[in-house]
Design a protein around this ligand. Structure first.
Ligand code: BEZ
Ligand code: FE
Length: 642
């Protein structure tokens, strides 16, 4: 059982596209009627949009927000605020504008509405860092927490890709450190993992299309979640390092986060392997620190402190500063360890995690996948790569042993050995695993207005004997006589003439003719052609349930799984008509056994039909003693152009 403390910070969030229009309501909710609008010069367009949305509510503006929230700037803004008699703050921008808003709120008690334009996350934290004479002090208070945040995705669309990347990694850092924080709890864990996977998905998509609203929304959503983590739990080594490097070496904030994060993670990884595994899963990589490095490098982001202007000579001092005062971190902090970390970050080296089985497996998978990269047909490359990924995942997830894999190979070998002209064990395997029906469902989804298809099964024999309308394809075999009156139309209901319709089914005991060498076949299979009305008729017998062949490896698999081998009773059809798509399907007897547990998962509601019982006169005056059945069905087939 986990013991934890969780403190929620009350802030109201409005999220979406065009949500700036809700700003007047948000201001009035907070009792405001005279807004001081805060921004900075690069945000002229965004603040213009906010000004327009707020209209007459704007009493004054201050667009001088700068990094690190210097108190002299705050004091200038404060006099504008007082002069205007403002009763509410609205800030549009990133961490700097939010910082100014917080500083003003702390001094005046005014409510704040923040409109973020980056992924900094500070809009949901009760923390304020201010600088006075170049010295930074940080404080936390409920009075600092903004009352409302209006996330409007539209404001982030123009954030340049490079800044979006570093700002996104800044958010990622909040989520990562929340997971190994001393205050970690199930609520922030969930938020952090959600944020990490959103960021990992969104950043590459954003690089490809920076104006994609859904991607931007994903990233902004992640920034909010990650900011909430930052507000709720203490951060560790990574944030301490960034703070030190920013404060003492004047390195840019988001870029520093971007360079340092993979190295701080690699340092902490040995102390929190399980957390790193969860982060790796959320990122979709084998090794979390290496994965973050690769993500940044692949998107052209900064990977070395050298490139950010950090002097190599400063590394030792930075290591000392970062370890001078103790703070909670999962792994013990040593000056030499941190100096090594910083050296790696200065050079921009890829942090190598320990070579675990997991990372070796991932490397192996990638090697195999890479071997398909040059496949002349790209579809072949895609299918083989994905198959290999799934197989490797299966092997790893189930910790498959050598003996188990050998068993699988023997199984397939036996399937091959038993397969011949009248026995197809691989079809049986595909059918009993539901793969044939899965492919079939996809096929049906492409032509939803036609009669659904169903699996072919292993008992179709090409070129069955031609039969005339009204003839008996059961050739007198025992069973309840069945009169079939079938029509074929196109998807508009127009009759399709000259359609070639192959029909096949099992006998009363559940065997197909090909399974009975002593039978004088072919029987219970025939080819008929539709007339000018798209119609055909024939006599047969009522199909019965039957077990699929059980004497091979598939039968043993079913027995091993405790599954029965029965198919629900059905009649097979294969319909070919000029200019139309082939339809392979089955009609199932309504009310029969095994409809709910067909061993090949082939039953579809639309294919379950009445085989209506009758006695007495028959449609073609054939004499039948006792019960006979009647099947009426219209097949809809698709024109080839569909
Ligand atoms: C059949 O209906 O003929 C069949 C289909 C799949 C597996 C075995 C038999
Ligand atoms: Fe069948």
């Amino acid at each position: 059982m986990r013991t934890f403390v969780y403190t929620a910070h009350p802030s109201r969030v409005v999220f979406g596209s065009g949500t700036a229009d809700r700003l007047p309501d948000e201001v009035r909710r907070l009792g405001g009627s005279r807004v001081l609008l805060l921004s900075s010069p690069p945000l002229a367009e965004a603040s213009g949009r906010v000004r327009e949305a707020l209209g007459a509510l704007v009493a004054a503006e201050f667009d001088g927000a700068v990094m690190h929230t210097p108190v002299d700037v705050t004091e200038r803004a404060l006099s504008v605020l007082r002069e205007a008699g403002a009763d509410c703050l609205v800030a549009v921008g990133g961490g700097s504008t939010t910082g100014l808003s917080k500083a003003l709120a702390l001094r005046t008690g005014l409510p704040q509405v923040i409109v973020p334009t980056t992924y900094a996350g500070s809009e949901v934290t009760p923390v304020l860092g201010e600088t006075r004479d170049g010295r930074k002090t940080t404080q936390s208070s409920p009075a600092i927490l903004p009352e409302a945040v209006v996330y409007d995705v539209d404001f982030t669309l123009s954030l340049p890709p490079a800044m979006s990347l570093t700002s996104g990694i800044n958010a990622l850092a909040h989520a990562v450190e929340a997971l190994y924080s001393a205050d970690a709890n199930p609520v922030t864990d969930g938020l952090a993992l959600d944020a990490i996977s959103r960021i990992a998905r969104a950043l590459p998509r954003l690089a490809a299309d920076p104006a994609d609203r859904d991607t931007r929304a994903d990233l902004l959503h992640a920034a909010w979640l990650a900011g909430t983590c930052l507000a709720t739990v203490g951060m560790g080594l990574h944030h301490k390092l960034c703070h030190t490097l920013g404060g003492s070496f004047d390195l840019p904030h988001a870029e520093t986060h971007t360079v340092v994060l993979p190295h701080a993670m690699a340092y902490n990884a040995p102390a929190v392997p399980e957390v790193m595994r969860r982060i790796a899963d959320a990122l979709g990589v084998a090794d979390a620190p290496g994965g973050v490095h690769d993500l940044v490098a692949s998107l052209g982001g900064p990977t070395s402190l050298r490139d950010l202007g950090m002097p190599e000579s400063g590394l030792a001092r930075a290591a000392e500063l970062a370890t001078a005062t103790p703070y909670p971190n999962p792994r013990e902090l040593t000056t030499e360890g941190i100096a090594d970390l910083l050296t790696g970050a200065w050079h921009g080296r890829r942090p190598e995690g320990p070579a675990t089985t997991r990372t070796k497996l991932a490397r192996l998978t990638e090697q195999v996948v890479a071997s398909f990269a040059q496949a002349p047909d790209p579809r072949v490359g895609t299918l083989l790569s994905d198959l290999v990924r799934h197989l490797h995942t299966f092997v790893a997830a189930n910790d498959v042993t050598d003996d188990e894999w050998q068993y699988a190979i023997d199984f397939l070998t036996r399937a091959g050995e038993i397969t011949g002209p009248t026995r197809q064990e691989f079809v049986l395997l595909s059918d009993t695993l539901g793969v044939s029906s899965a492919v079939d469902l996809l096929t049906n989804s492409r032509t939803p207005t036609t009669t659904p298809s169903a699996v072919l099964g292993p008992f179709y024999v090409a070129g069955p004997p031609e039969a005339a309308h009204g003839s008996d394809i059961a050739a007198g075999l025992p069973g309840i006589p069945l009169w079939a009156d079938v029509r074929v139309t196109d998807t508009d209901g127009k009759p399709v003439k000259d359609a070639v319709v192959d029909v096949w089914q099992s006998n009363k005991d559940g065997f197909y003719d090909v399974q009975l060498p002593d039978l004088d076949g072919p029987v219970l299979r025939a080819r008929l052609r539709t007339d000018a009305d798209g119609r055909l008729t024939f006599w047969s017998i009522l199909p019965s349930p039957y077990p699929i062949p059980e004497d091979g490896p598939v039968g043993r698999m079913l027995a091993g799984a405790g599954r029965h081998p029965y198919r629900a009773p059905h009649l097979h059809f294969m319909i070919d008509a000029p200019g139309h798509r082939r339809l392979v399907t089955q009609l199932f007897v309504a009310g029969a056994d095994y409809l709910d547990s067909d061993t090949v998962f082939g039953v579809k509601d639309e294919l379950v039909v009445d085989f209506t019982p009758h006695t007495g006169p028959t449609p073609d005056d054939r004499t039948v003693e006792g019960e006979w059945r009647r099947l009426d069905y219209t097949f809809r087939i698709a024109p080839l152009a569909d």
